[in-house]
Structure formats: structure tokens, C-alpha cells
Design a protein around this ligand. Structure first.
Ligand code: ATP
Length: 285
């Protein structure tokens, strides 16, 4: 049997708190345990257990909740190669065969390195966003082109083919897990599924803290800004929307220093710019 050597090592001094992901610590540690721990075990132990590495995971949940962020940080944590990021619609191509070719190319680098170096090769991560887009047409009656079908099949054959490849990790992402072809979700394929949902109040506070850390450290945030209150007010906001809120608050602060009219420009007191609670409240509106 093929031995599963660790081809990822934990990045030195890795700390979850430094990753800039708010409110997903439970999810992160669950994914680590279920999907990656074996990659950093000593090789002897992996052999003794007789296990194979997880080759694929699926992150699902509403848009803007940090799925891409999480996938990228997982790569950093595991000292992986710079991930390849693709999305479903981008892979689909109206020309016959081109979509399958696009999928094939995704795996080419990892395959090449594995041929040359075997288990010594580094970990290659493929982030596949909007995975549902390639599944939509499979088996549906209004299937115009059948492109989706063959793309899913190509992906399946690549995933099954990577049986010998220990150096690949596919991270699929979707807002519509119900659309994902079941064949893709089986063991050996995208076998670990993790829901990334909207942040709760505690998570929102963490995200607000992350996205205002620079302005706080650089003292351009007014001490009157009450992040806990904002966390309470932003029910149903995604991480991306919280990020948008912070940007919008900055633009309200900025407005105080922009002169419009014949002498349009920036006012002299620009150095005094402070983002205050009122800016956040206006941004909320
Ligand atoms: P989509 O389904 O639309 O692709 P996504 O879940 O992949 O969305 P991201 O692209 O990871 O979302 O998030 C967009 C941006 O929103 C991030 O770059 C980050 O700035 C912010 N963000 C989202 N979630 C979080 C979070 N949990 N912690 C910190 N920032 C977040």
C-alpha cells in the first residue's frame, strides 16, 4: 500500500488569532481535525493507522461569510503552494471539450510535481468557488449543452485519479449545497463538509475588531466608537457586509475633510481625520 507521508508542515508560529478570520474558530478547528491533521502527523504514525489523507472538503453557506478567506488561510497554515483559485462559471466554456481541459489543467502542476518528487512534493490547493455552477446541468431536463455533466465527470476522474497523489487538496465552495452533485460529496472526493454560516454577535464583534484594528492602532478611530454596540446592531450582516460597513464609515469621516465646489480638494485638517461612532451610525443607515 502507498504510504501517506505528511506533505504539509504547520507553518511555524501559526496562530489562529493572527489569521484575520472572525468568529469561525470552532469551524476552523473542526476542519483541521477532520481534514488536515493527518497531513502534519509524523509519517510513521500515518502508516501505522493505515489512513489516507483527505483530498477534498466542501465549505458551504451564505455569500461573504469568509469561505474564501478560510480556504486561503488553510493553505498558509499548511505551508502549501499558492492556491489555484477558480470559479465554476469561469471553468465553463461554450467550446466543446474546453471546460474539461480547464479542469485537467488545474491538476497538471500537482501531477507533474508528484511524478518527479512523489511524497516529497509540496501540497497543492485548488480552491473551486461557485462549484454549483458546473453541477446545475447534470441530469436536468433543460440541459442545453451537457457541458456541466462532462465537467463534473472530469473533476470526478481527477479526484479519483489523485488516489495515488497525496499532494492535492481540493476546497470546493458554494452557497447552494443542494445543487452539488452527490457523486462529488462521497468519501475520497469532497468528503468533509463544513457549513460557514452568518456570524453571531460574538463573531461580529471579532470581525469588527479585525477590520478596525489598523485604524485603532494608528489612533485614527475615535474612542467613542462602541464596537460591542455595533456588533449588536448588525444582526444578519455577513463578514463581507461588516467590512463594507467599516469602509462606508471611513467615507463619512472622509467627507468632513473634502471640499467640494470651485476650490475642490482636501482640507488642511486632513491629518485630524478620525472615524467616529456617528460615522458608523450613518453607514448603518
Ligand atoms: P462568496 O460565497 O461570495 O465567495 P465568501 O464566503 O467566500 O463569499 P469571502 O470572500 O471570504 O466570503 O469574504 C469576503 C470578505 O469579507 C473577506 O475578504 C473579508 O474582508 C470579509 N470577511 C468575510 N467573512 C469574514 C470573517 N469571518 N472574518 C473576517 N473578515 C471576513
Amino acid at each position: 500500500a502507498k504510504k501517506a507521508a505528511p506533505n504539509a508542515i504547520l507553518a511555524p508560529n501559526f496562530k489562529f488569532e493572527d489569521m484575520g478570520i472572525g468568529g469561525l474558530d470552532t469551524e476552523f478547528s473542526a476542519i483541521f481535525r477532520r481534514a488536515f491533521a493527518s497531513r502534519v502527523f509524523p509519517p510513521g504514525l500515518v502508516d501505522k493507522l493505515g489512513i489516507q489523507h483527505v483530498k477534498g472538503i466542501l465549505l458551504f453557506g451564505p455569500p461573504g461569510t469568509g469561505k474564501t478567506l478560510m480556504a486561503r488561510q488553510i493553505g498558509k497554515m499548511l505551508n502549501a503552494r499558492e492556491p489555484k483559485i477558480v470559479n465554476g462559471p469561469e471553468i465553463l466554456n461554450k467550446y466543446v471539450g474546453a471546460s474539461e481541459e480547464n479542469v485537467r489543467k488545474l491538476f497538471a502542476d500537482a501531477e507533474k510535481e508528484y511524478k518527479a518528487k512523489g511524497d516529497e512534493s509540496g501540497l497543492h490547493i485548488i480552491i473551486f468557488d461557485e462549484l454549483d455552477a458546473i453541477c446545475k446541468q447534470r441530469g436536468s431536463t433543460n440541459n442545453g449543452t451537457g457541458v456541466g455533466d462532462s465537467v463534473v465527470n472530469q473533476l470526478l476522474s481527477k479526484m479519483d485519479g489523485v488516489d495515488q497523489l497525496n499532494n492535492i487538496l481540493l476546497i470546493g465552495m458554494t452557497n447552494r449545497i443542494d445543487m452539488i452533485d452527490e457523486a462529488l460529496l462521497r468519501p475520497g472526493r469532497l468528503e468533509v463538509h463544513m457549513e460557514i454560516s452568518l456570524p453571531d454577535e460574538h463573531g461580529r464583534l471579532q470581525i469588527l475588531t479585525i477590520h478596525t484594528s489598523k485604524m485603532r492602532n494608528n489612533k485614527v478611530m475615535d474612542p467613542d466608537v462602541d464596537l460591542a454596540e455595533l456588533a449588536a446592531m448588525t444582526k444578519n450582516f455577513s463578514g463581507a457586509e461588516i467590512n463594507g460597513l467599516v469602509k462606508s464609515a471611513v467615507s463619512f469621516a472622509f467627507n468632513r475633510h473634502v471640499k467640494i465646489g470651485t476650490m475642490a480638494g482636501i482640507s488642511d485638517d486632513i491629518e485630524d481625520l478620525r472615524v467616529n461612532m456617528d460615522d458608523f451610525l450613518r453607514a448603518m443607515e
